[in-house]
Design a protein around this ligand. Structure first.
Ligand SMILES: C[S@@+](CC[C@H](N)C(=O)[O-])C[C@H]1O[C@@H](n2cnc3c(N)ncnc32)[C@H](O)[C@@H]1O
Length: 216
């Protein structure tokens, strides 16, 4: 075979191997999508541990997917409803979620849910007090969701902001509700010039979505 033909044959082989690998990847993602969807359908009426409503889960999923975020942090896992929405989006962007829960029973239930949904590989679940762990985490992060003790939201924000990438987004649950700590947290957001904040009201809880626009 001439050298030219050998090069063409090698290129054709590479192209067919690449398209076979891509087809396999698509099939794997489709299998995962079906598994997560089935899990969410089966558990739709079974979230009883202060979990986010489905509408808010979808907001988180869309934010991660549309912005292509890959390094996510969640504070307040509970039994894992919001983490499942975030991790599902991360399964498509090639990312991973660190999620923190202080209650051992909820943490263990969350691990079971992640396994059942097929998302364990995309989640690093920690059983810890976020007051201590969050300041120790190295980052950087490009997506943060806070849904733990509301009167600590402002402290979580201060600890995470330096580790949030420009273009990244800090989100917080229940900002539409009268809970201790929420007003102070919203004031801190407003006083931070590097942020652009909107409140998404997909449910009555409300989610603040703050994009970091600069390092200042
Ligand atoms: C509103 S629930 C989270 C719901 C969860 N995001 C979901 O949608 O499934 C708040 C959780 O934060 C946890 N939490 C409260 N204080 C915490 C702390 N200091 N460190 C870690 N987790 C904490 C609680 O145990 C509770 O499970």
């Amino acid at each position: 075979m001439s050298t030219k033909r050998m090069i063409w044959a090698a290129l054709a082989l590479c192209a067919s191997l690449t398209s076979a690998a891509m087809a396999q990847e698509t099939a794997q993602q489709q299998d995962l999508d079906a598994r997560v969807q089935r899990f969410l359908d089966e558990h739709r009426r079974q979230w009883r541990d202060a979990n986010v409503p489905e509408a808010d889960g979808r907001v988180l999923y869309d934010l991660v997917l549309q912005n292509g975020y890959t390094r996510a942090l969640e504070i307040g896992t509970s039994t894992g409803h919001s983490a499942i929405w975030i991790a599902w989006a991360l399964s498509k962007t090639g990312g991973k979620l660190i999620t923190i829960e202080i209650d051992e029973g909820r943490y263990r239930r969350a691990l079971e849910n992640f396994e059942e949904a097929g998302l364990s590989d995309f989640i690093d679940a920690r059983l810890a007090d976020a007051h201590e762990l969050v300041p120790e985490l190295q980052g950087p992060f490009d997506f943060v969701f806070v849904d733990a003790d509301k009167d600590w939201y402002a402290n979580y924000f201060r600890a995470v902001l330096p580790k949030l990438e420009v273009g990244g987004c800090f989100t917080a649950h229940n900002v539409n509700q009268r809970m201790r700590g929420i007003r102070e947290f919203l004031e801190v957001l407003e006083a931070t010039p590097s942020l652009e904040t909107e409140i998404v009201r997909a449910s009555r809880s409300g989610i603040s979505v703050s994009y970091k626009r600069s390092d200042g």
